[in-house]
Design a protein around this ligand. Structure first.
Ligand code: NDP
Length: 419
């Protein structure tokens, strides 16, 4: 019996909230709070007839710490699930610390304004020292470790699919399958088709920032950075088929490099179709992916935000998307002195997701692990003060919960490897 505050009511949050309402014995009371309260009210009205979970709603601007604190103090939750945007991570963590409440999110911090001089100085120093240039990194949230430990509170970072489940797969491989993991390839395949020439499956700003940035991977104790989309491979995915995939930087590589002992190489690949890449390159070339405001006829406009307003709302892709996702990890390493290769993944069907919760599989594969991660904290299965990523907890109860609540795992011995 728990009371949980959920901040955000977009694509991912809608799934997480719908799933919480299927598990009323754990999520007995939830408050859905977001910038646009009407969206929270509409979702609450839709869910109430079919759940025992008591749902309330609230308006909050999570960029303003005082507003979050006021809401937490009036609702008094045990846990705050941050499923808004990565921009709000630090403000919500600060508010949780002030109010003595546990915290979780689905993506690590990055600033909304990358022109901010103070942030830029720290960012540029980090790029030089660490060797990768994504706008996001764990340093901001890892810096809260001591504060959460001292407060006796837990912060769970990145409990989506990737980051999130992929790290639980790594922890599972480390615990049960290998004596020593040598390489990890994380493969994220979306074989879905929504019928639009160009649309993003989750928040366009976050998505386009991620894929237009240089790629990087971890090898022999350091980062190797490459131009965006310059390493391409083909892979034959179970239940999806042959797809082109590209090496990207991805946040879980950073924490896995710290937490998987002895790992020599970690790479992340995501599939993209040619139409998506051609559109993205064109938008980038004309400046539409820029986050720097321009003045247009007396009004300040941020190009990528304007683009977001033009593109289909990711939530609207649900009814149109057909096909499957396949996301997982391929490991090489040693067991009992012998070479071993092993693949663990989940296949998720866009249309099945839509039938169940009214969302496509990208939101579903993130929203379900958000609910399951929250459940691990609320049922005290994951219970240690501090700031942690998913692979730092016991993967077994989390993977069991995922099997049960919609994201069952598949396993392949001796899989095709990525060269
Ligand atoms: P959406 O854009 O669909 O939803 C974001 C929600 O946050 C909206 O309800 C929005 O409100 C709300 N919001 C934004 N700013 C504020 C604010 N200042 N105060 C309060 N609420 C705010 O995003 P998604 O659902 O696609 O993504 C949610 C999160 O999940 C992101 O952090 C994303 O990076 C992460 N993610 C993680 C993945 C993983 O596998 N780990 C995969 C995909 C996404 P409004 O409706 O008013 O705009």
């Amino acid at each position: 019996m728990s009371r949980v505050l959920i901040i955000g009511c977009g694509g991912v949050a809608t799934v997480a909230i719908s799933k919480c309402c299927q598990v009323s014995e754990v999520f007995s009371e939830i408050c859905i709070a977001s910038r646009t309260k009407e969206k929270c009210d509409a979702l609450a009205d839709k869910l109430r007839p079919n759940t025992k979970t008591v749902i309330t709603t609230a308006k909050v601007d999570a960029d303003v710490k005082e507003e979050v604190i006021e809401l937490i103090n009036s609702y008094k939750p045990e846990l705050v699930m941050n499923i808004a945007l990565p921009y709000q991570d630090l403000v919500i963590m600060d508010a949780c610390l002030e109010c003595g409440v546990n915290y979780m999110d689905t993506a690590n911090y990055e600033p909304e304004n990358i022109e901010d001089e103070e942030w830029k100085a720290i960012y540029e120093k980090r790029c030089k020292e660490k060797g990768f240039s994504a706008y996001f990194d764990y340093s901001w949230q890892w810096a809260y470790k001591k504060k959460f430990e001292e407060a006796g509170l837990t912060a769970l970072l990145g409990s989506g699919f990737d980051p999130g489940v992929t790290q639980a797969y790594c922890a599972y491989a480390n615990k049960h399958i290998f004596d020593e993991i040598e390489t990890i390839d994380i493969l994220d395949c979306n074989g879905g088709d929504h019928g639009y020439p160009f649309a993003t499956n989750f928040n366009p700003e976050i998505n386009l920032r991620e894929v237009s940035a240089p790629g990087s991977y971890w090898e022999d104790g350091h980062w190797v950075e490459i131009p965006a989309m310059s390493i391409k491979r083909e892979y034959n995915f179970d239940q999806v088929g042959m797809k082109d995939m590209y090496l990207l930087h991805h946040e879980e590589i950073e924490s896995l490099a710290v937490n998987i002992p002895g790992v020599k190489r970690i790479r992340f690949f995501m599939t993209f179709g040619q139409s998506y890449l051609t559109h993205m390159k064109c938008l980038e070339n004309v400046g539409m992916l820029s986050t720097t405001p321009i003045n247009y006829e007396g009004k300040e406009i941020v190009p990528i935000q304007f683009l977001k307003a033009l593109l289909p709302d990711p939530a609207s892709l649900g009814p149109r998307t057909k096909g499957k996702t396949n996301i997982g990890c391929i490991f090489t390493g040693k067991k009992d002195g012998k070479d071993k290769t092993w693949y663990i993944y989940n296949v998720c069907d866009h249309e099945e997701c839509f039938k169940e919760v009214g969302s496509q599989a990208i939101s579903y594969t993130t929203g379900v692990p958000a609910m399951c991660g929250a459940m691990m904290l609320l049922t005290k299965k994951w219970n240690k003060p501090g700031v942690y990523t998913v692979e730092e907890f016991d993967p077994d109860p989390f993977l069991d919960a995922l099997d049960k609540y919609g994201l069952p795992r598949s396993v392949e011995e001796n899989p095709e490897l990525v060269d």
